[in-house]
Ligand binder design. Structure first.
Ligand SMILES: Cc1cc2nc3c(=O)[nH]c(=O)nc-3n(C[C@H](O)[C@H](O)[C@H](O)COP(=O)(O)O)c2cc1C
Length: 352
C-alpha cells in the first residue's frame, strides 16, 4: 500500500503539511537550505544545532547567528547542551525568535560535543536527559521534540528504554536515527528499531537514516508506522530528491535549473553568513550541486579554487548563460523576507 506523503500530521498543535522532514545538519542547514527544502515540499525544516553554552559564555568566539524567516515555517530549532537550566534559557530565546518547535539533540556523536556531556552521551544518562526535556518543556509553550540515535555502542537498544522516558518527561515527538554513536555514518540505519519505538510511544516518531528515494521512504513508513521520514544527505545539493520522494517525479533537473538553484543558494548564504564565512562554507556545495554526473569534474574543481564568490558566480553564468532566467523567476518567487536574528552561536561541530 502506498503511503500518502502529502497527508498533514501534527506535533502538538503544530500542523506539518507533508510527511517529509528536512534533517538538521551542522554546516549545511543554513536558512537557504531550509527555505529551499520548504519550496521542494519538506513539511518541516530544522536548523542546525545551536550551542546553549554560547549563551553563558557570551564572549566565546561567535560563529554566526541563526536567522529565521517567515517562509521557512514550520521550523524546528535544534539546541544542544548538558545543563537543564541553560538549555531551558536557550529554549526560551529560541521560542522568542519564532521557532515553532524546540528540538533537543541527543544524537550528536562528535567528541567535541559528547565530551561536554551533550549530544549522544545523554542516551547513557537517561535521568539527566529527562531533566533537560522537563526543564525545556516547562520553559516554552511550543512543542519540544528530541532527536536521538539508537545508543552509544553498536547494537545498543538504549533508544527503546530512553525514548518512552523522554516522552514521559514532555517530548511531543521523537526522531530516531537508528545508528549507534560509534557507527557515526557507517553501516546502515536499522529501522526495525524505529518500528519498535513507534510501538512503545504515543507521540509521532520520525524515521531518519538512509532515506534516499521514494521507494525507500514508502518502505520505511509502511514497515515502521512512523509519522514521517527525515531526509539528510540525499538532499545535499539535490533538492530534487525531495520532489522524487514526495511525488515520484524522477525528472532530472536541467543544467540551467541546477545552476539557478546553486546561485540562489550562494546569494542567500552570503546574506546569512557574510562574504568571508560563506566563501569557505559554499565550497562543498559546489561539489554537491555540480556532481551526480551533472557537470565535468574539472569544472567543480575549478570553481572551488576561485578565491571569491563573485568569481564563482561569473564562471557559472559563463558556463550556463540560460540559468539567468530560472534564477530571476526563483528570486521573484522567493524574495528575501523579514528576518529575525537569533543571538545564539551556530555550532560548527554538528552531527546526530
Ligand atoms: C554533515 C552532517 C551534519 C549533521 N548535523 C546534525 C545536527 O546538527 N543535528 C542532528 O540532530 N543531526 C545531524 N546530522 C544527522 C542527520 O540529521 C541525519 O539524522 C543523518 O544524516 C541520517 O540521515 P541521512 O541518511 O538522510 O543523511 C548530521 C548529518 C550530517 C551528514
Amino acid at each position: 500500500m502506498q503511503v500518502n506523503l502529502h497527508e498533514a500530521w501534527h506535533i502538538g498543535p503544530v500542523q506539518i503539511p507533508t510527511r517529509l522532514v528536512l534533517a538538521p545538519m551542522a554546516g549545511v542547514s543554513v536558512q537557504a537550505f531550509r527555505r529551499q527544502g520548504r519550496r521542494f515540499g519538506a513539511g518541516l525544516v530544522c536548523s542546525e544545532m545551536v550551542s546553549c553554552a554560547g549563551l553563558q559564555h557570551k564572549n566565546e568566539r561567535t560563529l554566526g547567528y541563526l536567522r529565521i524567516a517567515a517562509d521557512e515555517r514550520p521550523l524546528a530549532v535544534q539546541i544542544f547542551g548538558s545543563d537543564p537550566a541553560v538549555m531551558a534559557e536557550a529554549a526560551a530565546m529560541v521560542e522568542d525568535a519564532g521557532a515553532d518547535i524546540v528540538d533537543i539533540n541527543f544524537g550528536c556523536p562528535v567528541k567535541k560535543v559528547t565530551k561536554t556531556g551533550a549530544g549522544a552521551t545523554l542516551l547513557d544518562e537517561p535521568d539527566r536527559a529527562c531533566r533537560i526535556v522537563q526543564a525545556v518543556a516547562s520553559a516554552v509553550s511550543v512543542p519540544v521534540t528530541v532527536k536521538l540515535r539508537r545508543g552509544l555502542e553498536n547494537r545498543s537498544r538504549a533508544c527503546l528504554s530512553v525514548g518512552p522516558q523522554l516522552v514521559e518527561a514532555g517530548a511531543a515527538s521523537l526522531t530516531l536515527h537508528p545508528r549507534s554513536a560509534k557507527q557515526m555514518y557507517t553501516g546502515t540505519a536499522d529501522h526495525s528499531l524505529t518500528a519498535e519505538l513507534v510501538s512503545l510511544v504515543d507521540v509521532p516518531v520520525v524515521a531518519s537514516g538512509d532515506i534516499t528515494s521514494r521507494a525507500r521512504a514508502q518502505t520505511v513508513l509502511a514497515t515502521t508506522g512512523a509519522a514521517a521520514v527525515m531526509v539528510g544527505r540525499a538532499a545535499q545539493g539535490n533538492p530534487w530528491a525531495l520532489r522524487e520522494i514526495l511525488d515520484g517525479d524522477r525528472a532530472q533537473p536541467s543544467r540551467e535549473e541546477v545552476v539557478a538553484e546553486l546561485i540562489l543558494f550562494m546569494r542567500e548564504t552570503v546574506r546569512e553568513l557574510g562574504e568571508h564565512r560563506a566563501t569557505g562554507f559554499l565550497k562543498k556545495f559546489y561539489g554537491w550541486y555540480l556532481g551526480r554526473g551533472r557537470f565535468p569534474r574539472a569544472f567543480k574543481a575549478e570553481l572551488t579554487q576561485l578565491p571569491t564568490i563573485a568569481e564563482a558566480e561569473a564562471r557559472l553564468f559563463a558556463a550556463v548563460p540560460g540559468a539567468r532566467f530560472p534564477l530571476a523567476r526563483l528570486e521573484e518567487e522567493s524574495p528575501p523576507s523579514d528576518e529575525v536574528l537569533l543571538d545564539l552561536p551556530i555550532s560548527i561541530y554538528g552531527g546526530g
